[in-house]
Design a protein around this ligand. Structure first.
Ligand code: 4NP
Length: 153
């Protein structure tokens, strides 16, 4: 059975679509199923932010076909690991987690890189292209570690 990983941010148009594309690019589908979602419903049904699409493309990853959706309670059953980008996402996700086992699945993604520092992937929505590229590199580093853990399972 493939490991199922859910990437979560606020809008599901900037950070989590990049995280989905980056992790997907590192593992075959028979090893890992990756999806992304947002805690908010502002952009449901739309493609990722153009700046995320362009940034991913620069590194050879196509995220243009993704569609924004909102986190639902059933996601806690479907997925094995739920990675959030910042502490605000963490609070929002924990608030709707149906039980303790669900809460245990939720982790700050950069804690894969440094498990004790609770670092955040900054929201680039009001930023510039270089902020999106910074986000890409942070996620690439974290996803390399996640992929190697899943690969060696
Ligand atoms: P994301 O960024 O959570 O990385 O997708 C945002 C996208 C949209 C908004 C906020 C953050 N918004 O307020 O519409």
């Amino acid at each position: 059975m493939p490991t199922k990983v859910l990437m979560v941010c606020l809008g599901n148009i900037c950070r989590s679509p990049l995280a989905e594309g980056v992790l997907q690019s590192k593992l075959p589908k028979n090893k890992c199923i990756v999806d992304s979602t947002g805690t908010a419903n502002y952009h449901v049904g739309t493609a990722p932010d153009k700046r995320s699409i362009v940034t991913a493309k620069k590194f050879g990853i196509d995220i243009s076909q993704q569609k924004c959706r909102q986190l639902s309670k059933s996601d806690f059953e479907t997925f094995d690991f739920i990675y959030v980008m910042d502490t605000s996402n963490y609070k929002n996700v924990i608030a709707i987690a149906p039980n303790e086992a669900s809460k245990q699945k939720v982790k700050l993604i950069l804690n894969e890189v440094d498990s004790t520092s609770n670092l955040e992937v900054p929201d680039p929505y009001y930023g510039e292209m270089e902020d999106f590229e910074h986000v890409f590199h942070l996620l690439d580093e974290a996803c390399t570690i996640i992929a190697s853990k899943i690969h060696s399972k």
